[in-house]
Design a protein around this ligand. Structure first.
Ligand code: BDP
Length: 718
């Protein structure tokens, strides 16, 4: 090859290579150059940008559109002060843009955060207008417009309008002030408390961009079990610095507060919510916070649970505690998100019943600015649980959903488990509270019981890892949480497709198999971990790997053996009327269904019933056979996921391709371990031979029981 040809090849290679290695940092906001045909299609619709910069939100909206469009289309979009060309993009509100005001768009029912994107003719030019009633709506619209391009949707005849179904769309960070993240598998906390408030890392801005792009509008900075230090003046100043970064993106800061803070940092002798001094302390604290953070969102509280202090320490109710805090915030417009996740010191006959028992009688007793935040299921964030019976049972109280985004119980960072189907399953579940169609989604979006104050929280999976979430696929769980908090009726499959296109590639040969792989990934995990309604079989404390035999935890209801109740005769937790009667916490028609073993969906079978090993399943096989078959299926599904991925080499950058491949290898090894350990254990209890055709566990039970893991992430230090 002559030197000129060599040079040309080299130059071509340079152009094709991304400017920097793909390390996942850009999340779904990569804005990489689209294929030439797409660029050609979109260019005429992005001739100039008319966007204000009178407020910080307007400025970041304009910047994001410039950044996105220039990345996707390969050259900068010129800014203009008014429309001079066909193909102009105009973004703003009636207040910020006289052109938008003149168009007299129907913005009324968009609420505070909604937007409209429409192809119109203005000043004699065909343009695209992105409008909201407020700046933040316009910002959300801008992100949606970019998403259309990122996912290669047509934009020539647009007429879109959208508004969030839920008011508070919040990430709960389980971060401690020392930088550790409880159940964090993506490195340390991204809040560099030590260097705040002076140093505001650029990453905070990228965090806000990512959240705003999916409509998240709140962040709780610290873990629910944190100490009181966050409420000291020094730390409030640090929180205020973060709030200052997030404000332009419509994100409010909230804090988890310790109920006994008046004692610990206030010098009082009590934290009794009915004590006037305690009340005065919280009022003063709220005033101090709002002086620093005028748009502060409010408090998140874990009280009387897992050793945390709370109103019960003083013989008061959860309502007394929540209302006292709510009163301190009310004048400033803040809310209290009071958690229903309560673990008693002494478990009743059934741990799953406790939240309902404690909170149902308090329905209607909470002040107007209190939301009750419930986990999706009654036990914890298990791979599968029925929906929490409080949903639908407290019509006079705004119930807020809490999902876990970090995969504490679903394989940490390394099992590519997409949580969209889990969230969707819960949101679509019918509580039957007011007859058919009373879905959990309608409970939490307020439409079922007419609540204006509504919320959805996700326990974040974000840390200092370059890719934010510990793996590329875990980013999808952050993404799907935000999209469902915006609209809990969206399909998790559509969201997966959107995410794959934005994050990896628009090539259908890649998109189709990857979406299919994601959609099957949660069921695979259920199968190799906890099939047929089993739950909480994870290793003690750290929750890594299988330990169905474990009875070492101090509290009985933290032990796997408490949950599966396997013995020589059978397996499962009897929550029917002849057992703990947890079924009667559901609406009567649903309770009747769960009470009847024949009508109980098999996916919840052992959650509601204790059954003999030779119980006949719908397949005609025995329960023991089906259990082994599910465990085996889970491993096979992971093998299938690996095969799928192997065929996709070359479609995306080598960096991310290789990491996913490596993590799938880990997942497969661990899926096999889960299967084998659980089968070995349950076989030792049942005494039954393995059904024919199934491979025996690779090791004897004693081997699995001997494994120990001193340095499991997210847990070891506390
Ligand atoms: C459990 C976690 C624990 C949390 C607790 C909670 O293991 O780390 O503190 O939930 O939500 O699942 O409070």
């Amino acid at each position: 090859m002559c030197w000129l040809a060599t040079l040309l090849v080299f130059a071509a290679a340079l152009c094709a290579a991304p400017a920097h290695a793909e390390d996942g940092y850009d999340l779904w906001l990569r804005y990489r150059l689209l294929a030439p045909a797409q660029v050609q299609h979109y260019r005429p619709h992005a001739a100039e940008l008319v966007a204000g910069d009178a407020t910080p939100t307007q400025t970041v909206t304009r910047d994001e559109l410039q950044r996105g469009l220039s990345g996707l289309l390969g050259s900068a979009i010129p800014l203009a002060s008014t429309v001079t060309h066909d193909g102009a993009i105009v973004v703003g509100t009636p207040a910020s843009s006289s052109l938008i005001a003149g168009l007299k768009l129907d913005l009324q029912d968009l609420g505070d955060d909604g937007y409209l994107i429409r192809s119109v003719v203005a000043n004699g030019h065909a343009i695209t207008v992105i409008a909201g009633r407020n700046d933040i709506g316009a910002l959300y619209g801008a992100f949606q417009f970019l998403r259309l391009l990122q996912t290669t949707q047509p934009i020539d005849r647009l007429d879109l309008r959208d508004a969030p179904h839920i008011k508070l769309r919040v990430l709960d960070h389980w971060d401690y002030l020392n930088g550790q993240v409880e159940r964090g598998y993506a490195g340390a906390s991204i809040w560099d408390w030590w260097k705040l408030p002076d140093w505001r890392a650029p990453r905070y801005t990228d965090y806000a961009r990512a959240n705003a792009s999916i409509g998240i509008n709140g962040t709780v900075l610290n873990h629910v079990s944190s100490g009181a230090t966050i409420l000291t003046h020094d730390y409030l100043q640090k929180a205020a610095a973060l709030a200052g970064v997030f404000r332009a993106y419509g994100i409010r800061v909230y804090l988890s507060v310790r109920f006994s803070a008046p004692i610990e940092i206030g010098g009082l002798k009590t934290a009794d919510p009915l004590n006037p001094q305690v009340q005065a302390w919280w009022h003063a604290k709220a005033d101090e916070i709002y002086a620093l953070i005028p748009d502060f969102g409010g408090f998140l509280v874990k009280a009387d649970s897992e050793g945390q202090p709370g109103p019960k320490d003083y013989g008061r109710t959860h309502a007394d505690g929540a209302n006292m805090l709510a009163d301190a915030l009310a004048a400033h417009g803040g809310v209290v998100m009071w958690r229903s996740f309560v673990y008693a010191d002494k478990p009743d006959d059934d741990r799953a019943k406790q939240a309902y028992q404690e909170f149902k009688p308090l329905d209607g007793r909470f002040h107007a600015n209190v939301l009750l935040q419930s986990k999706n299921g009654p036990v914890d964030f298990q791979p599968r649980e029925p929906f929490h019976p409080l949903f639908g049972a407290m019509p006079h109280t705004p119930l807020m959903m809490e999902f876990e985004i970090t995969k504490e119980y679903l394989g940490f960072a390394t099992h590519p488990v997409y949580l969209g189907p889990l969230y969707e399953e819960v949101l679509a579940a019918d509580t039957l509270a007011h007859g058919k169609g009373s879905t959990v989604a309608k409970v939490i979006d307020g439409s079922l019981d007419h609540h204006a104050l509504t919320g959805m929280a996700g326990d974040a999976n974000i840390g200092t890892d370059r890719n934010w979430s510990g793996s590329d696929f875990n980013q999808a769980n952050w993404y799907v949480f935000g999209r469902l908090a915006w609209n809990p009726t969206l399909s998790s499959r559509d969201i997966a497709e959107e995410w794959v296109r934005m994050t990896f590639s628009n090539n259908p040969a890649f998109v189709k198999p990857v979406v299919a792989m994601m959609m099957g990934s949660r069921e695979a995990a259920v199968d190799y971990m906890t099939p047929l309604g089993l739950l909480h079989l994870m290793g003690p404390g750290h929750h890594y790997g299988p330990a169905p035999w474990d009875a070492s935890e101090a509290e009985a209801d933290w032990r796997p053996v408490y949950y599966h109740r396997a013995d020589r005769q059978g397996i499962g937790f009897d929550r029917s009327r002849s057992g703990s009667d947890a079924v009667d916490q559901y609406a009567p028609s649903l309770a009747a269904q769960f009470n009847d073993v024949q009508q109980t969906p098999e996916q919840f079978l052992l959650y509601f019933h204790h059954l003999p090993w030779n119980y006949r399943m719908r397949s005609g096989r025995t329960l023991w056979y089906e259990l082994v078959a599910h465990y085996t299926q889970g491993v096979e599904d992971v093998q299938q996921m690996r095969d799928t991925w192997q065929h996709l080499d070359g479609y995306i950058d080598a960096e991310r391709y290789r990491q996913v491949a490596a993590f799938l290898t880990i997942q497969q090894r661990e899926a096999q371990w889960w299967r084998d350990a659980c089968i070995a254990y349950f076989q030792s209890v049942s005494g039954l031979p393995l059904p024919p055709g199934f491979a025996p566990p690779q090791h004897p039970l004693a081997y699995y029981q001997s494994l120990s893991f001193p340095y499991v992430p997210g847990f070891s230090s506390w």
